[in-house]
Write a protein that binds this ligand. Structure first.
Ligand SMILES: [Zn+2]
Ligand SMILES: [Zn+2]
Length: 99
């Protein structure tokens, strides 16, 4: 029968196996709270997700986008005025030439 040894302590017999990565762990390296490695590389993954869900996204991007929207409105108004001016001049020119 093959005996497993702890990945961190080759002289110790592995009593547990990590649920996350399947590493053989001795009693000292096994963390009952995470059912796996005690080194913390995937120990707090669910808690990290929960904290990310509770933290709301920062509001500054909304202010930036609002400024960008205002600038887009100004630019579009100027574009419309410019287009109307060109159209007006074209109509005037056509009327002048038609006389
Ligand atoms: Zn692991
Ligand atoms: Zn160990």
């Amino acid at each position: 029968m093959e005996t497993f040894h702890c990945v961190n302590h080759p002289d110790r017999a592995a009593v547990y196996q990590c649920r996350q990565c399947g590493k053989a762990l001795c009693e000292e390296c096994y963390d009952p709270a995470t059912l796996g490695c005690r080194d913390g590389m995937h120990a707090v993954t669910p808690r990290v997700n929960n904290t990310f869900q509770t933290i709301q996204p920062p509001p500054p991007p909304k202010q930036d986008s609002g400024g960008m929207i205002a600038w887009k409105i100004i630019v579009s108004i100027l574009a419309v005025i410019g287009g109307a001016t060109v159209l007006f001049l074209a109509i005037c020119g056509a009327m002048i030439f038609s006389y």
